[in-house]
Ligand binder design. Sequence first.
Ligand code: GUN
Length: 301
Amino acid sequence: MVAKLIDGKSFAVQIRSEIATQVKVLLDSKGIKPGLAVILVGEDPASQVYVRSKGKQTIEVGMSSYEYKLDRHVSEGDLLGLIEKLNSDEKVNGILCQLPLPDHLNSDLVINSINPEKDVDGFHISNVGLLATGQKSMVPCTPLGCLMMLRSELGDLSGKNAVIIGRSNIVGKPMAHLLIKDSCTVTIAHSRTKNIEELCRSADILVAAVGRPEMVKANWIKEGAVVIDVGINRVEVDPEISSKGYKIVGDVDFESAKSKAGFITPVPGGVGPMTIACLLANTLTACCRKNGLPEPDGLTA
Ligand code: GUN
């Protein structure tokens, strides 16, 4: 079997175009323009790339983008002060503070100081609790993007065996809650899991989110399974192969896995583009909720 590629890049284009249409309707009919504020502390190169991309795509769908680049030595008080200001700014519907933060800043404290209704990352403790109890919340962007791709390929997910490799707060845990809500039987595997290969072979849906380059091999995959690769790992390569001296690979050994899986997301071009599209979707959702308007169709969990 040769797996069908799940093209996250073109799926994300489609979602952004739906968002752009709805943003235009909001502006034309109500004079409302959704706004997203992104805070970046320090100069981490990968974070700078993500933040630039988020800002560009926010503007492309017709929303306002506010970027705050803070010195890496910024005090916790100053950062909390900025968030407080954004919490009460009527023009700002979504606030995202790019992680990881430098060590002297308490990430939990920072995240939990964001107004939960503007927490477009879905990381605030209230949103985590709402999601875990199956209530309406802000849903973390990467798992939301994975869910959209799974639903679009499989339709109804109920009764599927899902194995998620990785127990992070950003991906693994919220992904589990979303799949439970869609009536999957869910197992989270991690570094201490016994017989992980055998466990993964039982999965109809396998989500790899551990940050270990090409860890999942073809013999971990059930014939025909759906494989979602969340990993973005930079690995060194001979400069003759790539002038940059590195390439980006996922947590799945794509070359071997594609002949075993039924569907597979590539890296790059799979989950990554969907994450930003879902951030924009969450910003639109937050704006609609704030203004008492119906939520955008098909863009929430
Ligand atoms: N760093 C890596 N992924 C994310 C994300 O989804 N949100 C934020 N805020 N920071 C990140």
